[in-house]
Every structure is written in structure tokens, then in C-alpha cells.
Design a protein around this ligand. Structure first.
Ligand SMILES: O=C(CO)[C@H](O)[C@H](O)COP(=O)(O)O
Length: 156
């Protein structure tokens, strides 16, 4: 799988994210933020860049990180077509893939140890999206939420 990676800092597991993906057979197609010598490393910009790689077809998924993981996930979710999930454990990562069809994994550099990173990545990549109708309907509705309302009230 082609994966873009971003981080706003080089703390904790940030420096090993790309290698952890390559070890699992994935292709790291872009690194952003503090992982790149040429880019702005603030979390909103770094995470946006990785999310746009997915939304614009240069990557299949992205892994975005910041100290809390919250800013990276919020920024990624602002990009149309992105379903970013902040995951702090393997069960959440599996659920994000199964029920949310998440295409961006957001991580906290503060809360994720190297061992926990392995657990989260293993669960994330082992879990396919659900094909049950109610799960697909939920995921499909996300695009509707992000679109302008169609039933606008008449002007008064
Ligand atoms: O967790 C984060 C955002 O959600 C950032 O990593 C945190 O705010 C630190 O950023 P900076 O080093 O630019 O102050």
C-alpha cells in the first residue's frame, strides 16, 4: 500500500513511523512536516499535506502524528474524502478500519510507545472495512454531512 506520513515533531516514535510501515511491506510515498527538511512542520500544515496525498490519489492511506494526535486528526478530517481516526490502542485501530473505513491513522507522539505502535499498526492493516449495509450507510453519510444542505428552508 502507498502511504504518506507526517509529524510536526521528531519526538517519540515519529522517526520510526516510516520504517515501521516499510517493515510491513508498505511503500512510503511521502513524508511531511518535521520528517521532511523542506516543509513547514506545524501540525495543521503537516497533517493537511499527508491527507491531501490521500484525497488526491498519490497515496492510499496516511499516518499523521503530533504530540496529542488531536490536531493532526482534526486537520486531516478537514480535507474532503478523509476519514481520520485518532487511535491509542489496537482495538480502536481495528474498529476505525472496520466500522469507519478510516483512511488516515492519527497517532499521539505522547501516548504511543514503540510496542504500542506495533500493536496499532498490526491491527490497522489486518482489519478490512465492513461490508455490512448499515456500516456502509454510516460511512456514506459522512460525505453527506460534509456537503451543503440540500433542503434549505425558503427565505422568509
Ligand atoms: O499536539 C499537538 C497539536 O494537537 C502539537 O504537537 C502540540 O500543540 C505542540 O505543537 P508545538 O510544538 O508547535 O507547540
Amino acid at each position: 500500500m502507498r502511504i504518506a506520513v507526517s509529524s510536526d515533531a521528531l519526538d517519540g516514535v515519529a522517526g520510526s513511523l516510516a520504517d515501521a510501515l516499510r517493515e510491513r511491506g508498505h511503500q512510503v510515498v511521502a513524508v511531511h512536516g518535521a520528517l521532511s527538511p523542506d516543509e513547514r512542520d506545524d501540525w495543521a500544515w503537516a497533517s493537511e499535506a499527508a491527507a491531501r496525498d490521500v484525497a488526491e490519489g498519490r497515496a492510499d492511506q496516511a499516518l499523521v502524528a503530533c504530540w496529542t494526535g488531536t490536531g493532526a486528526s482534526i486537520a486531516a478530517n478537514k480535507v474532503p474524502g478523509i476519514r481520520a481516526a485518532l487511535c491509542g490502542d489496537a482495538a480502536t485501530a481495528a474498529g476505525a478500519r472496520r466500522w469507519n473505513d478510516a483512511n488516515v491513522l492519527a497517532l499521539s507522539l505522547r501516548g504511543v510507545s514503540p510496542a504500542l505502535l506495533d500493536e496499532i499498526l498490526d491491527a490497522w492493516f489486518a482489519t478490512p472495512p465492513s461490508d455490512e449495509a448499515d456500516d456502509r450507510a454510516n460511512v456514506a453519510h459522512l460525505d453527506a454531512i460534509a456537503s451543503p444542505p440540500t433542503d434549505r428552508p425558503e427565505p422568509r
